[in-house]
Design a protein around this ligand. Structure first.
Ligand SMILES: Nc1nc2c(ncn2[C@@H]2O[C@H](COP(=O)(O)OP(=O)(O)OP(=O)(O)O)[C@@H](O)[C@H]2O)c(=O)[nH]1
Ligand SMILES: [K+]
Ligand SMILES: [Mg+2]
Length: 465
């Protein structure tokens, strides 16, 4: 029986659109708009010929060469710039590639790109197509492609660091290592199937495989329990809660420095959840303003309160806002029916004076602020950034996206079943469970069965990447 999983995908089934036999040659501007220098990239079998047509000759591989760039048919000089030649397969996409660094002016870029695309057989690249070709040619795995998308989109320092590790193979290597170990365990069991009558196969092949499967199962379960990747990528969810009129909406407006929520002296102003994405001291967070918690006076308010409680139950942190001008903070932290981390934010210290601002002794962190006046907000922002940093720190987590968690979860459930039924399943069925687990892991890096996923992954890219 063949115990090796297919190690490469069937490329013909997922070749770039429009490809016939060999791929087309694609071209696009890969630099952002508006810079002094624009970078034009070409990939495909005609890249070298186009470079010769424009720059006069093929530069030495991977060396920048200053060249006059001419229109291939009219001979008109279009610009002077740097030409680079990256012969495949040792290029970013695995194909022959050319790069032109030209002046970034709109007219220059349009003229050079136009001249390139005038060459028969050349066409503009679709969004993410360079990266897609790199994946199809085995230069990167699917998790690395996602990492690149995240790196380009990273908005905070923590996201940049995570995406960088991700883009350069951290997750892919770990998952491939899991998969290889799984295939080894499967091979042991299948050896038992195929050669049961031969003497040299250890009788205890199954017994040898079990500790390895147990170890893998434990590692996968731990990776699934680790939510740090999601925390950095999606950001922390911070719910602002409290009694009506505590100043929750005032606080979200102050932290966002924008007028997001309606503030009024009427209790029960906020009904719907209001969310805003913020960069808190270099860390991404989503803040949610919620309806004040009390006995609802209307159906709409009751629904608002139900939503508030539901969102609080999911939050990484709840900020409990208390109006100190209305009396001292409650002696004990309010029961939220959930066990989320909770900080006390004593608000309106401008009104009550510093004496009243000292919050009651809660077993949590507390802050004294004025959402309206701005006091204490800087300290609160820094503490929130620190909270996210602490929760997200440590070695780079394995599972970052929902897609990764789904694959790992599927693998995990096959391993759980295999271990539970270990003695009852015959060799063939046991090996099948392990094979299904290996397949689920293979989908994460894209070595198998990812045709349906490619559009989802590569859609995130911009043109030229
Ligand atoms: N003096 C003072 N007033 C404040 C402060 N923060 C909020 N307020 C006032 O308190 C009142 C209620 O503020 P909101 O932000 O609407 O309170 P809320 O908690 O969102 O109220 P609901 O949405 O009704 O639950 C408004 O009149 C605000 O102007 C503060 O720091 N100092
Ligand atoms: K209010
Ligand atoms: Mg409000």
């Amino acid at each position: 029986m063949d115990v090796q999983e297919k190690s490469a995908i069937d490329k013909s089934a997922i070749a770039p659109r429009g490809a016939s036999g060999g791929a087309d040659t694609i071209a696009a501007v890969s630099s952002g708009s508006g810079g002094a220098v624009a970078v034009l990239r070409l990939s495909g079998p005609q890249a070298g010929a186009v470079l010769v047509a424009l720059a006069g000759r093929l530069p030495e591989p991977r060396r920048a060469h200053l060249a006059r760039l001419r229109h291939p048919t009219s001979g008109e000089v279009l610009d002077q710039g740097l030409a680079l030649w990256f012969p495949g397969p040792r290029s970013a996409t695995g194909e022959d590639m050319a790069e032109l660094q030209i002046h970034g002016g709109r007219a220059v870029v349009a003229a050079v790109l136009g001249a390139v695309l005038d060459v028969p057989g050349l066409r503009p690249a679709e969004a993410g197509e360079f990266t897609r070709r790199a994946f199809l040619n085995g230069r990167i795995d699917l998790t690395e492609a996602e990492g690149l998308a995240d790196l380009i989109g990273a908005q905070t320092e923590a996201q940049r660091r995570l995406a960088f590790a991700h883009a350069f193979g951290h997750l892919g290597q770990r998952v491939e290592e899991w998969r290889r170990r799984l295939i080894r365990a499967m091979a042991l069991i299948e050896a038992g199937i195929d050669f049961a009558d031969e003497d040299d196969v250890p009788a205890g092949a199954r017994a040898l495989a079990r500790p390895e499967v147990e170890a893998l199962h434990a590692e996968l379960t731990a990776a699934l329990a680790d939510r740090r990747g999601a925390l950095v990528r999606e950001g922390a969810l911070i719910a602002i809660a409290g009694l009506p009129n505590a100043g929750k909406s005032s606080l979200i407006n102050a932290l966002a420095q924008r007028d997001i929520a309606i503030v009024s002296d009427e209790p029960g102003t906020t009904r719907d959840l209001l969310e805003v994405a913020l960069d808190l001291d270099g860390h991404k967070a989503t803040l949610v303003d919620t309806a004040g918690l009390r006995e609802a006076e209307s159906k709409v308010e009751a629904e608002g309160i139900r939503r508030a409680r539901a969102r609080m139950a999911e939050a990484d942190l709840v900020l409990w806002v208390h109006d100190v001008s209305a009396g001292p903070a409650p002696e004990a932290a309010p029961s939220l029916e959930t066990e989320r981390p909770l900080w006390l934010v004593a608000n309106k210290i401008d009104r009550a004076g510093p004496a009243a601002s000292a919050p009651a002794a809660w077993p949590v962190r507390s802050f004294a602020i004025s959402a309206a006046g701005g006091q204490g907000l800087e300290e609160l922002t820094r503490a929130l950034g620190g909270f996210i940093a602490t929760r997200a720190e440590g070695e780079h987590p394995a599972l970052i996206r929902a897609r990764h968690r789904a694959s790992a979860g599927e693998a995990d459930s096959h391993l759980t079943l295999a271990l539970e039924q270990w003695e009852r399943l015959d060799d063939e069925l046991l090996a099948e469970e392990l094979r299904l687990a290996a397949r689920a892991l293979g989908r994460m890096t894209g070595v198998i069965g990812v045709e349906d996923l490619l559009d989802v992954v590569f859609r995130e890219f911009c043109i030229g990447k």
